[in-house]
Design a protein. Structure first.
Length: 419
């Protein structure tokens, strides 16, 4: 039957890459039983031509996890065959594994590779929603993350006053409605030492470009880890609280150093009435690259690591490469651009503790080290954090790890010093 259905599914086309559908009303808890499966999900389960491309490119499967995206689709098919579409039998059980569903980084490689347009992520995130909302998912790290997000409003568990102190110490202006951009700081830019360095490097670039900016007085996590781990209630609370701040501040345009923030603020918040114009810092810097110094050191080899949420999710591949190409020789690792290999930090997994099998960040770091580049260039603070550990484990003399903004800011400083 799948050969007949495949063209139909392709024709129906995905309603957006890796799109998480909104829950409908108070009684929608996600995918708990067969009664919750949409017609399109059921149709797609029978559309799979079993080519295995999704699994071949899945970073979780490639590093020894039990997650196998092809088996997620075929498991749904087996469920439907055995229990029927309106069954009250739990979906997670005989044919679909809860452990596998929570091993997904939401990197999107499976959906991107599927030749018949099957959407794995609405299914995987839907299963997570079902497990979280019915209290079936018991994970101490996940539980702690949700409590931290509720109490502190950020994923790293710091008091919000730490962000204020950092803003004051760094001399960052607050957004007052007159500046060109509102700079969204994100959890890592607000609290993580390396995230802060990236943010301040981008601030240096903005100042050099004479682009005015300000930060929000109050900012909470955008809700990405809660959303992708299936806790939509918490995601909604965070989105609404932030949207209130943004509306009150009169924000028109935002920019962020984090592709996860860009995606969640720009796309997922629409469910809560958000229509925020936000872009990634690499897009902004690339637009003004002619105003940056040109210092093309051909001896300096830089390997660029594509962040899943910037590349596959947003289609931004050239902009960060264009920026860093002004300062050195850009090389790609074997798995690059649309086939970029995940760092292991997405989908809330950065907060869930130890992985089974080989660590994804180590797998990726080994590949980056093997290029022989002296610099690993990244464009996401999550990737930066994951790769920092991965590179330290992969090599005793690892390449330098820098964000695109740090590379640009260093060139600006070098020129200012007359070096
Ligand atoms: S989104 Fe990525 S990690 Fe998740 S199943 Fe697909 S390929 Fe695997
Ligand atoms: S890539 Fe698509 S068609 Fe191929 S096995 Fe995976 S889900 Fe099935």
């Amino acid at each position: 039957m799948h050969l007949v259905l495949s063209p139909l599914t392709v024709f129906l086309e995905r309603d957006g890459f890796s799109k998480i559908p909104p829950l409908v009303g108070d009684e929608d808890f996600g995918l708990d039983t067969g009664q919750d499966l949409t017609q399109i999900a059921a149709l797609q389960a029978f559309t799979c031509v079993e080519c295995g491309r999704c699994t071949e490119h899945c970073p979780a499967n490639n590093t020894g996890k039990i997650l196998n995206p092809k088996e997620i689709i075929l498991g749904t098919r087996q469920y439907l065959k055995e229990f029927g579409p309106k069954s009250a039998e739990p979906l997670l059980g005989k044919h679909l594994s809860m452990e596998a569903a929570f091993q997904c980084t939401t990197c999107g490689a499976c959906e991107f590779q599927c030749p018949v347009g099957i959407q794995h992520l609405p299914l995987i995130v839907g299963l997570r929603r079902g497990a979280v909302n019915t209290g079936k998912w018991e994970n101490s790290h996940g539980g702690e993350l949700f409590v931290t997000l509720e109490r502190q409003g950020n994923s790293l568990g710091f008091p919000p006053s730490d962000r204020e102190k950092f803003i004051e110490k760094s001399g960052l202006p607050y957004f007052d409605g007159t500046q060109d951009y509102c700079l969204w700081m994100g959890c890592l830019g607000s609290f993580d030492p390396n995230g802060r360095k990236i943010l301040l490097a981008f601030v240096e670039v903005l100042r050099h470009l004479k682009i005015s900016f300000g930060v929000l007085r109050q900012e909470k996590c955008n809700g990405d880890p809660a959303r992708r781990l299936g806790n939509d209630y918490l995601f909604g609370e965070l989105a609404q609280s932030n949207l209130e701040q943004i509306r009150e501040a009169g924000v028109k345009k935002m920019v962020s150093i984090c592709p996860h923030c860009v995606r969640t603020v720009g796309v997922d918040w629409k469910e809560h009435g958000g229509a925020v114009d936000i872009e990634h810092h690499s897009e902004l810097i690339a637009r003004y690259q002619d105003r940056l110094p040109l210092d093309r050191d051909q001896q300096k080899s830089m390997v660029f690591h594509d962040a899943c949420y910037l590349g596959r999710y947003r289609g931004v591949y050239d902009e960060p490469r264009d920026v860093i190409a002004r300062f050195g020789q850009v090389v790609d690792p074997p798995r690059a651009r649309e086939r970029g290999f995940c760092c292991g930090g997405g989908g809330g997994l950065m907060f869930l503790g130890e992985e089974s099998g080989k660590r994804m960040n180590l797998d990726r770091a080994e590949e980056l080290v093997a290029t022989g580049a002296s610099v690993v260039a990244a464009a996401c603070p999550f990737c930066n954090s994951m790769l920092r550990d991965g590179l330290a484990a992969a090599s005793q003399t690892p390449p330098e790890l820098l964000d695109v903004a740090q590379i640009a800011a260093a060139a600006i400083a070098k020129k200012a010093d007359g070096v």
